[in-house]
Design a protein around this ligand. Structure first.
Ligand code: PMP
Length: 402
């Protein structure tokens, strides 16, 4: 009898499983709105021109393939922190941000979870919004933290449940860890306003909560990397010691290169050095050291004035194409098709995703009858829509809600 005969088959991943179903469908009209990866107006994966140029520069310099240090490429981590916190931020300017390269955003969250499980001096409890990116639950549970939740989304208004959010954080034990999506909340596309962030910063201070920001979409929400960093920068300017997970998957289109960073605000360069020494001890038995190529690409862009400018324009272009798809979809449903229901949220939501309000059976019908694939919670990746398929999508939605 096989050693593994008692291993039960696990369920498919709720998001990556959608891509598998899409791949198996042979219909030419099929649309994949499941996974959050940007597509151009022809529905094709998009390699940024700034990234192509950075790769050409790299190739012509014939770099070696030696191991990186455990915490990654030092110029890259410094530039990543600068992008998130801003050059004028006090902890950045005083060299007090402990930072390490990570296996994209997921790896950053996992390093953060493991570090907090080992060194956070209070109850090791993390509060996640409802709903949240499904992998957050698994990452923090497997890191050894106790996972609890706070209210975030109001199904009735299809907007932020700000009162519920505040009440739940008010009732959390003091010094709990709380996870915030820095911008472009996944899956809802609903973010607090700047005034609400300020209120949250006060509440976090009053309750001495520890804020952990997941910033997987810097630049993708508004088209501006600094506007999207508002929450992070505001909390830091208010004196919070934050944890931060960054990903360059979306904003540089470096998905498979796995480029990210994890950082912690510390009190001094001396404390930063102690914290980084322990980050190394957390990371070493996980994967020894991070991959080289993507970090070199990201760093080439972040450190070169002309490439940086070109990249900023490309991020803006991606964000704007998504915003224009929101407007087109809203217009098709409300003006052209007179589809029953309220669709204003499609325009007001932010970032890669829209939480459509479609029910699980309607999502199932869209897959079976129209070859349109999305997660069962009704979340669609706006980036999967384009001039060639948006009318077919709107008509198909119209049919399933009638
Ligand atoms: N956090 C959130 C909220 C996300 O949506 C994602 C990507 N789907 C990630 C983190 C991490 O993605 P990656 O590991 O590809 O950077």
């Amino acid at each position: 009898v096989s050693t593994w005969s008692a291993v039960p088959a696990g369920p498919p991943d709720p998001i990556l499983g959608v891509s598998e179903a899409f791949k198996a469908d042979k219909d030419s009209k099929k649309i994949n709105l499941g996974v959050g990866a940007y597509r151009d107006d022809k529905g094709k994966p998009y390699v940024l021109s700034s990234v192509k140029k950075a790769e050409e520069l790299l190739a012509s310099s014939h770099p070696d393939k030696e191991y990186l240090p455990i915490t990654g490429l030092p110029e890259f981590t410094k530039n990543a922190a600068k992008l998130a916190y801003g050059a004028e931020s006090a902890p950045f300017a005083s060299n007090s941000i402990a930072v390490t390269q990570s296996i994209s955003g997921t790896g950053a969250l996992r390093i953060g979870g493991a570090f907090l499980a080992k060194f956070y001096p209070h109850a090791k409890v993390i509060y996640l919004p409802v709903p949240t990116w499904g992998n957050h639950h698994s990452v923090f549970r497997d890191s050894g933290l106790e996972v609890r939740t706070y209210r975030y989304f109001d199904k009735k208004t299809v907007g932020l449940d700000f009162a519920g959010l505040k009440e739940d954080l008010q009732n959390a034990p003091e010094k709990s860890i709380v996870l915030f999506h820095a911008c472009a909340h996944n899956p809802t596309g609903v973010d607090p306003t700047q005034e609400q962030w300020s209120e949250l910063s006060d509440l976090v201070k009053e309750k001495q909560l520890f804020p952990f920001f997941d910033m997987a979409y810097q630049g993708f929400a508004s088209g501006s990397t600094s506007r999207d960093a508002f929450a992070v920068r505001h909390f830091v300017s208010e004196g919070h010691q934050i944890a931060l997970a960054q990903s360059f998957a979306k904003n540089m289109g470096l998905y498979g290169e796995r480029v990210g960073a994890f950082s912690l605000v510390t009190e001094s360069p001396e404390e930063k050095a102690r914290v980084e020494s322990q980050l190394k001890i957390v990371i070493r038995p996980m994967y020894s050291n991070p991959p080289l190529h993507g970090a070199r690409i990201a760093n080439a862009i972040l450190s070169d004035g002309a490439l940086y400018k070109e990249w900023e324009d490309e991020v803006k272009g991606m964000a704007e194409r998504i915003i224009s798809m929101r407007e087109k979809l809203y217009d098709s449903l409300t003006d052209t098709l007179k589809t029953p229901g309220e669709w204003g949220h499609i325009k007001s939501q932010i970032g890669m995703f829209s939480f459509t309000g479609l029910q699980p059976e309607q999502c199932k019908a869209l897959a079976e009858k129209a070859h349109i694939y999305m997660t069962a919670d009704g979340r669609i990746s706006m980036a999967g829509l384009n001039g060639g398929n948006i009318e077919y999508f709107a008509e198909s939605v119209d049919k399933v809600v009638r």
